[in-house]
Design a binder for this molecule. Sequence first.
Ligand code: ZN
Length: 137
Amino acid sequence: MPVYHDEIIISTSKRFELIDITDRVEEIVEKSGIRNGICLVFAPHATAAIVANEHEWGLLQDILNRIKELFPPDKGWLHNRIDDNAHAHVGSAIIGADRVFPVINGRLVRGTWQNIFVVEMDGPRSRRRIIVTVIGE
Ligand code: ZN
């Protein structure tokens, strides 16, 4: 069964940020030539996550504000004895560093209000790598 790998490189400019990578993921699905299967979007990072939701300015602030409330940087995390980013590790562990989408008839399937975002929680970073793997036929 054909397997196609590609990657998306982004940079982030804030400590907490949502970066829309939908177009780039869809380009990779198209390039893969795979018509039916699945598409894995995976962030090989312990302090970032992947989510799918609506790209609406207010909602993006709502999501970021909730993430900051759930995973506040200054909570007295134990990992901060050796690093200053425990909140981002915990956020990545709980939100998840990957999402999987169906690929049907050559197109990545997502809801109208489901864009794909990288959740930066320990930025700014000059280089965040997102692996996209398309498997199918
Ligand atoms: Zn750390």
